[in-house]
Write a protein that binds this ligand. Structure first.
Ligand code: FMN
Length: 324
């Protein structure tokens, strides 16, 4: 069941991918997702150096013998201190089933990744970027809608629209991201033409995600009305939890703050500290609107199994009313 071009391409059981999440997508989380039959992804940026990424990849290989991937998030423009090339060198040396690229165009690295047999899934928030990615030769694209946690782009188009549009014009497989946490979202995405789903926020609320208990407790109380978009003024719209620091960032943006000024509140290091120390107001925490549908903390295995079993139940229900 659920065999799509994505499951075949990545060698996985179910077309369920865990999106790269800065600081949170560790070897433990990625391995748990892969062991459950999905595709777990480590984030290169959280590692901070090629050698630390190598160690994280090796740890993941010890925790699972199933395929997993690495997320390489690239800043929109190459800046001093950018370690993208170093990360790709390590990924190619160590070998993985696939990479999730995001941000800049992955073209400079594509040939070497292809030669190494590594599949490239480029994540984008707009159909025009997906078409460009197809033209340069990526293997698949993930489209993330306005409701997603992290970076939904600047167009404010929802997943429901993006997936239908994208599958209408692309030949490569499309993965749907943003707003999916359960069997209903999974089946809806497949019905729209996607061949897999990508989830970030749902995997934050699992036992295998290391963040502090108090952040998980805050997330359990968070509804679909409690996320917001910041950093639009610097062309880097981000969906995050509506907390004290996010409200401060928005006020600064409304006053015309510069990137340097904004950096004093939206730094990823402050976000890391919040996750570690358990103060939900101490930094920016990415989170999707789908948090409003999530009201429990469970294991990764339970998340994946409930999607698989729930999808089968929906299919049976459709069949019972004469649809299959
Ligand atoms: C806490 C958090 C951190 C994230 N960090 C990254 C990241 O570093 N790189 C990236 O490409 N996407 C990142 N994302 C986006 C996810 O990979 C994924 O695209 C998104 O969560 C899907 O939408 P959903 O949250 O509605 O499931 C992050 C998302 C969250 C919730």
């Amino acid at each position: 069941m659920f065999k799509t071009r994505i499951t075949k391409m990545l060698g996985i059981e179910y077309p369920i991918i865990q999106g790269g999440m800065l600081w949170l997508s560790t070897a433990e989380l990625a391995a748990a997702v892969s062991n459950a039959g999905g595709f777990g992804i480590i984030t290169a940026l959280s590692c901070g150096s090629g050698e630390k990424l190598r160690a994280e990849m090796r740890k993941c290989k010890e925790l699972t013998d199933r395929p997993f991937g690495v997320n390489v998030s690239m800043l929109p423009r190459l800046a001093a201190g950018d370690r993208t090339a170093e990360y790709f060198d390590v990924i190619i040396e160590e070998g993985v089933a696939g990479v999730e690229t995001a941000g800049r165009n992955p073209e400079p690295y594509l040939l070497r990744l292809k030669e190494a047999g590594i599949k490239v899934i480029h994540k984008v928030p707009a159909v025009r970027f997906a078409q460009k990615a197809e033209n340069i030769g990526v293997d698949a694209v993930t489209l993330v809608g306005f409701e997603c946690g992290g970076l939904p782009g600047m167009d404010d188009v929802t997943t429901f629209i993006l997936i239908q549009k994208a599958t209408g014009v692309l030949s490569i497989p499309v993965v749907a991201g943003g707003g999916i946490c359960d069997a209903k979202g999974f089946m809806a995405a497949l019905a729209l033409g996607a061949e897999g789903v990508l989830m970030g926020t749902r995997f934050m609320l699992t036992h295998e995600c290391w963040m502090h208990r108090r952040i998980k407790e805050r997330l359990l109380q968070t509804t679909e009305l409690d996320t917001m978009i910041i950093a639009r003024s610097i062309q880097n719209a981000s969906r995050v939890i509506k907390n004290r620091i996010a409200m401060q960032a928005l006020e600064m943006e409304q006053r015309g703050a510069t990137l340097e000024e904004l950096r004093t509140v939206i730094s990823s290091q402050m976000g890391l500290k919040a996750l570690q120390e358990g103060d939900p107001d101490a930094g920016i925490i990415a989170c999707g609107q789908v948090i409003g549908l999530i009201d429990d903390l469970k294991s990764v295995q339970e998340v994946v199994q409930e999607i698989v079993e729930g999808a089968q139940a929906i299919y049976r229900r459709f069949s019972a009313i004469g649809m299959g």
